[in-house]
Design a protein around this ligand. Structure first.
Ligand SMILES: CC(C)(COP(=O)(O)OP(=O)(O)OC[C@H]1O[C@@H](n2cnc3c(N)ncnc32)[C@H](O)[C@@H]1OP(=O)(O)O)[C@@H](O)C(=O)NCCC(=O)NCCS
Length: 175
């Protein structure tokens, strides 16, 4: 059993998964490093309220505790998309695995960079990392009018379960 071990994000630090070219820009898809903390806080704080709401279903203003948890929690796996040149984080895919090997995931791309395929790439790499770490199932929540996220989930083979008015739970079996 691999899950239940310490997956701290630094385990993925330094791992480069892919370089993506889009619209004359290059993006590095890599594991999150503890040194990314301040940049990651700035990334979340630069998102529009609409994007924050579609990701968290609430409005969050201070991301320091959230990012601190992401970096220090023993069961978190986080992959980021970084714009080459500026070094700016433009996307984050994260998952938390419980002791049964079930992972809750979330993903967000900075508005200006959405629709370039970065979300799809981050999600696919997160799924392969989860498999590598022994996860059995992945789930996430999406607002029912979030057509882009639902389209991405379907493309990844997710099963869709309507949970509550306005919210959809998507699940991907890993085995
Ligand atoms: C959802 C999100 C992560 C997708 O990332 P992205 O980089 O924008 O998505 P991609 O460019 O990889 O496109 C994903 C799919 O959505 C489709 N798509 C793009 N724009 C779309 C739209 N307006 N409506 C429906 N589908 C759309 C694309 O066609 C693509 O499928 P394809 O490869 O078969 O063409 C991103 O838009 C985002 O951060 N949204 C806000 C946060 C959020 O909703 N998170 C999900 C809940 S945790």
């Amino acid at each position: 059993m691999v899950y239940g071990r310490d997956f701290r994000s630094c385990k993925l630090c330094g791992r480069i998964y892919e370089i993506v070219e889009s619209g004359g820009l290059r993006f590095r898809i890599r594991g999150l490093c503890p040194e990314d903390k301040e940049q990651l806080i700035r990334f979340y704080e630069s998102l529009s309220e609409e994007t924050i709401y579609t990701r968290f279903f609430t409005i969050v203003r201070y991301f320091d505790p959230y990012v601190e948890k992401m970096i220090s929690t023993i069961c978190s796996l986080v992959i980021v998309a970084v714009e080459e040149g500026s070094g700016r984080i433009v996307g984050v895919a994260e998952a938390y695995i419980d002791d049964r090997g079930i992972a809750e995931a979330g993903i967000v791309i900075l508005e200006k960079y959405q629709g370039r395929g970065l979300g799809s790439k981050l999600a696919r790499h997160l799924i392969s990392v989860l498999k590598e770490f022994g996860a059995k199932k992945l789930y996430g929540y999406v607002l029912s009018d979030n057509s882009r996220a639902l389209s991405l989930a379907k493309k990844l083979g997710a099963k869709i379960v309507r949970e509550a008015p306005g919210i959809i739970r998507v699940e991907i079996a890993m085995d």
